[in-house]
Design a protein around this ligand. Structure first.
Ligand SMILES: [Fe+2]
Ligand SMILES: [Fe+2]
Length: 312
């Protein structure tokens, strides 16, 4: 069901258009394992299935946490902008954007609630090994500080996360028949809404034009890359805590076996797996390769800090 709001905006119904009542099907997959991931050959059938759930849960939690923190930083990254104060149409566009992100965050949170129940975990126990982003964390405070100085690091991260959400569903779509219906519908609606409203973050990045010459604006993309990489490495490590819950459900046991197999890989193979072979993470670490971001970086003349390639 699609609801029209105002003259031009369309919003999707995350309550009614997702088959929440159907429940989760643990025998189905979440995210497909990338085809070029050679590590998959090291895994048993059950571990391959668990790996798909690991990737899906990491993505769901990362999206939920980022979109929650974005709303918490609304005053710094949006309401202080002169255009948001003086231009009613733009203020309304921003209001709608933040409202939609709050709805997305709540929907991904609902999916994680259902997952916790299915896996015989409390929600706190599930969250203890998934990515989290607290507005009081050092990384969040650095984003806020950079924003207060007039930087746009948070909007570069938003633009990259939105492009990632769009590509994530594009990779899932061919696997619909094997994918859990709730997770598939949730990501489909998220893809549709992100595709529609993603121009807003580029609008935020590109204004005002006179700020492009300022060093803080030119450095914002590099700041965003550094903060995201620190966040990502720290949060991925948390997944090791799944070992504390491996007796609660067979899929948690298999997830822990996957983590143990990654842990014994040589350091270089670990980096190659995480940053090269898992396309969902690669998209996060190399957003400068996305055509739309690349175009905006060139337009602004931003300093691009590239993630070093990891050769085989
Ligand atoms: Fe979103
Ligand atoms: Fe979005």
């Amino acid at each position: 069901m699609i609801h029209a709001q105002g003259n031009h905006s369309i919003t999707y119904d995350f309550d009614k258009d997702i088959p929440w009542n159907q429940g989760l099907t643990l025998s189905q997959t979440l995210l497909p394992i990338p085809a070029n991931c050679s590590f998959i050959n090291e895994l048993t059938k059950n571990e391959k299935h668990a790996a798909s759930w690991v990737l899906g849960l990491l993505a769901a939690s990362a999206i939920k946490e980022h979109e929650k923190v974005l709303n918490q930083m609304r005053t710094i990254c949006f309401e202080r902008e002169p255009k948001a104060k003086n231009n009613h149409a733009f203020a309304m566009e921003g209001k709608q954007f933040f409202l939609e992100e709050a709805v997305h965050s709540a929907a991904f949170s609902r999916f994680l609630d259902m997952t916790a129940k299915e896996l015989n975990l409390s929600r706190e126990e599930l969250s203890s090994f998934l990515p989290s982003f607290d507005k009081k964390s050092l990384v969040a405070r650095l984003y806020a500080f950079e924003g207060l100085l007039g930087g746009k690091a948070i909007w570069w991260t938003v633009a990259a996360t939105e492009e990632e959400s769009i590509r994530l569903f594009q990779q899932m779509a061919p696997h619909k028949n094997h994918t859990d219906s709730v997770f598939f519908s949730l990501n489909r609606l998220h893809f549709l809404e992100e595709s529609r409203h993603s121009s807003f973050s580029y609008e935020m990045l590109s204004m005002p034009e006179q700020s492009w010459r300022r060093p803080i604006t030119r450095l914002s993309f590099a700041v965003s890359r550094i903060l995201q990489t620190i966040w990502l490495i720290g949060e991925l490590k948390r997944f090791r805590k799944v070992s504390q819950f491996q007796d609660r459900h067979p899929i948690l046991k298999s997830m822990n076996q996957v983590v143990e197999k990654i842990d014994v890989l040589p350091f270089k193979s670990k980096l190659k797996l995480i940053f090269n072979e898992i396309s969902y993470i690669k998209m996060m670490t190399q957003p400068e390769k996305h055509p739309r971001l690349k175009k905006t970086l060139a337009k602004i003349g931003a300093f691009v800090l590239k993630t070093p390639g990891i050769k085989s």
